[in-house]
Ligand binder design. Sequence first.
Ligand SMILES: [Cu+2]
Length: 153
Amino acid sequence: MRFHATWSVVRLFGLPLFMLLWQATPYAHDDHKANAAPAKVDRVVAITASDTQYDIPGIDVKAGETIRFVVTNKGQVTHEFVIADAAEQAEHEKMMQSMPGMVMSGEENAIALKPGETKQLIWKATAQGIIEFACHQPGHYALGMVGKIRVKS
Ligand SMILES: [Cu+2]
């Protein structure tokens, strides 16, 4: 996990900024910190991941809403729940397919779940548009392990 987080931050921001962030917040990539509860959650949405799909095709939310996603992995293999727009998902997919054995975890808006695990991710819908939740374990996204979050005004 640490290696992966390191790699992606370097990729996005370059080494100097990474070094600064790493020293300032040595544990910022910890799952629990990333998902620390904000003051107010408007809605709780439960999602089940199985091999290899989510149990719902998507949800509609209003811009400004804060959602607590509670995700359970009822499959036999690791799954992820990564929230990003389609372009970012495509980027994640490209990166993850080149790094077998890695998981999208410890990043903003991303959790990884081993079989049987339940984790939560708190996410705020900031603007109108279509966002996706997806899994980037090898082959899963291509098999349809992706859903849509329609953010309306
Ligand atoms: Cu998956």
